[in-house]
Structure formats: C-alpha cells, structure tokens
Design a protein around this ligand. Structure first.
Ligand code: G3I
Length: 349
C-alpha cells in the first residue's frame, strides 16, 4: 500500500483534486477510494458553474453540488467552490432581455441576476464551502479586463456603476454579494497564465490593489497553474506568487496539471519513462516551492485539476483527441513517478 498523498502534505497545506463527473464519487466507482485516500479538498470540475447550477432562470439544480459537499463532509475534506462569475459555461439567458431574447439584458437586469445567483449559491453552502472562486478569468493576456472582443459580456453591460472611472464593477459587486451571503467564506480571484505572463501578472496586481483599496474582501489570488514539463521555470513561478502575496493576499494554486506537451503543434507521443521522470522532477521541485510558500505564510492550498490521467481535460485541449498525461495517477489509476516525486523522491530511478 502506498502512502496517502495528503498525510505527506497536511503539515503544509490541504491538497485537493477537481472532480468530474460527479459519478467518480460513487462508492462503486473505482476512483472514489483513491479520492478519499489521497485528497483533503475537492473542487467541482464543472458542476458548480452557473450553467450547471442555474440552467434556466430561477431553476436551481443542486443534486451534483450537494453530493460533492456531502461527500467532502463525510470524509473530512474541504470544498473549494468553483465558480460564481465566469464568461464560459454560463447560460445565454443571463445576458438577454427576459421580455425579448433578441435583445441584450440591461445593466439592472444583469446586476439583479448576478446578485441572485451568487447569494443563492453561496448561502446554500454557507459555512460548508470554505473558499469560493468568486470571479474566474476576468483578465486578458495584456493585463486589461476581458471584454466582448475576448468573449465576456460582463464588463460591456455593467460598466462603471459607481462612477470611479473603472469598469470593474461586476467584479467588485460579485465580491460584495458573496461576502454578504457568507461573511466567513474566503473569497478568491482566479486566473491562468499568471505564472507565465508578466503583463497579465501586473494586471492582476493592479486589479487586486484597487479592490483592496476599496475595502473589498479579496482573500486570495488563485493561480490556476496549467503548466507543462518544460515551462515556466520554478523561479519564475515563485517570483510571480511572491509578487502578488506582497500585496497582502494569500495564494492558492487552484488547477494544477503538468502537460507532457509544450505546445499545440506537437503531435501525440508515447508516454515514455523519460517523459514520466522529467514530469516527476517537475512535480518534486514545484511541491518544494509550494512547501516553502506555505512556510513563508502565503501559500494556502494546492488543487490538482483531476486525479488520474483517464479524466484529464487536456485530452481535448488545446488539441482535441491528443492524449495527455498530466496528473499523479495513470489511466489504470496507478501512482506515477510524479506521485513519488512529491511523496518520496528517493523512490525515483
Ligand atoms: O457534459 C457534456 C456531455 O453531455 C457531452 O456528451 C460531452 C461531449 O463533448 O460534453 C460534455 O461537456 C463537456 C464538459 O467539459 C464536461 O465534460 C464540455 O464539452 C467541455 O467543454 C467541458 O470542458 C470543461 C472546461 O472547463 C469548459 O470550459 C472542462 O471539463 C473543465 O475541466 C474546464 O475547467 C476549466 C476551469 O473551470 C477554469 N480554468 C480552466 C479549466 C480548464 O479549461
């Protein structure tokens, strides 16, 4: 029997996994025992997003989210809520006029829907979901706020409500609504490429500074950490996290996976021992960095975006059908060298 991943990491931070589909939690599913054994925190990979929780206006569907929260409670695990405001996986009705689906929603309509969605969801799990990804992926790669040209309708419709010259009010209000619904929940702003793009990192730093200056309860910044076997360097990731932590917020690593590919033009390749060893080394160094971040007081949690390679979203991204192998357990649910890189590097060849 192999050591529990979480027992090795509990002294530093809770280690989590994203769960998808919800069926992997069934006692009869081969994944469920492994999830219980190794992880201390759960995130829904898809089924707590707005399209899953409120597919039709006013009709909330709780079955899967409830199941995850109950599973976590029964097994002494934390829950990270993902996610309240995003431009993806949100039903079209949010942004359309209720009286005429050919017309966009007004600012007032969209704000009312945002408030209802956030307050209904957060208050249902008040005290039971410890961290919420309140807003997800609101930044462009250049560090500006995502708008219509990069797929988000939030900024364009809501704009600058309070007249302070910044059109980030949908973000500010999302934090306010979530905090009102559960004042004890820790609220997170989550994004990708913060560890690899300086422009985006600077945009996040500026945004967080402004939100804090306005008194908004931003507790942590979530670094998604969809990285690869080759980039970015450990030092670049550490310095990105420390730059944000210096603003007075905590850091969570929210969606870690380490792809064996370095770009979308590489074609599918066999998962050789060399690749697995390279990945194990990467996981080992990264987790050393995380432990140091925890000891310095800023790194709060690490969630891996899946458990075993049989369920990775990267099989369909950025190339549909190209099989990847980014996680700690293989397609037969066996521990990979990556697992040993974290748990006991002396076991690596
Ligand atoms: O549920 C349907 C299923 O009924 C259908 O048969 C199947 C056919 O394609 O699609 C299923 O839906 C898929 C869904 O995942 C559930 O597996 C969607 O097509 C697919 O687009 C969706 O992808 C998810 C992606 O977010 C969508 O934005 C990934 O699983 C999920 O891991 C991913 O998670 C995001 C985070 O929320 C935010 N950060 C990036 C991260 C990775 O993209």
């Amino acid at each position: 029997d192999i050591p529990d991943l979480h027992s090795v990491l509990d002294p530093y931070f809770p280690i989590g996994a994203a769960i998808d589909p919800v069926d992997v939690l069934n006692a009869s599913d081969i994944h469920s025992a492994l999830i219980k054994k190794h992880f201390k925190s759960l995130t829904a990979g898809n089924f707590m997003k707005p399209d899953a929780l409120q597919p039709v206006e006013g009709n909330f569907v709780w079955t899967n989210a409830d199941k995850l929260v109950q599973f976590a409670e029964a097994n002494d695990m934390l829950v990270r809520g993902h996610t309240l405001l995003w431009h993806n996986q949100i039903p079209a009705w949010f942004f359309t006029d209720p009286a005429d689906s050919g017309k966009p929603a007004t600012r007032e309509q969209l704000l009312a829907r945002l408030e209802t969605h956030i307050k209904t969801v957060v208050s249902r799990y008040k005290g039971r979901i410890q961290h919420w990804d309140v807003v997800n992926e609101v930044l462009n790669e250049d560090g500006g706020l995502r708008g219509a040209d990069t797929g988000s309708k939030w900024k364009g419709i809501i704009g600058d409500v309070d007249g302070d010259g910044y059109d980030s009010d949908y973000i500010e209000l999302a934090f306010k609504y979530a905090h009102e619904a559960d004042p004890d929940a820790k609220l997170v702003i989550n994004d990708y490429n913060l560890e690899s793009s300086n422009a985006k990192l600077n945009g996040m730093a500026a945004l967080v500074k402004r939100l804090l200056a306005k008194g908004l309860p931003v507790h942590s910044v979530g670094f998604q950490m969809h990285i690869s076997n080759t980039a970015p360097s450990i030092e670049q990731m550490r310095s990105a996290m420390e730059k944000i932590a210096a603003l007075g917020v905590k850091i969570q690593s929210t969606e870690l996976d380490i792809s064996i590919y370095s770009n979308s033009t590489e074609s599918e390749k066999p998962v050789t021992d060399d690749i697995l060893l390279e990945q194990a080394k990467r996981y080992r160094e990264l987790f050393e960095m995380y432990k140091q971040g925890a000891q310095k007081g800023y790194l709060e949690s690490v969630t891996i975006w899946g458990m075993a390679d049989d369920g990775t979203w990267l099989d369909n991204f950025p190339v549909k059908g190209r099989k990847d192998a980014p996680l700690l357990f293989d397609r037969q649910l066996q521990a990979k060298p990556a697992y040993w890189g974290i748990v006991d590097p002396s076991k690596l060849p």
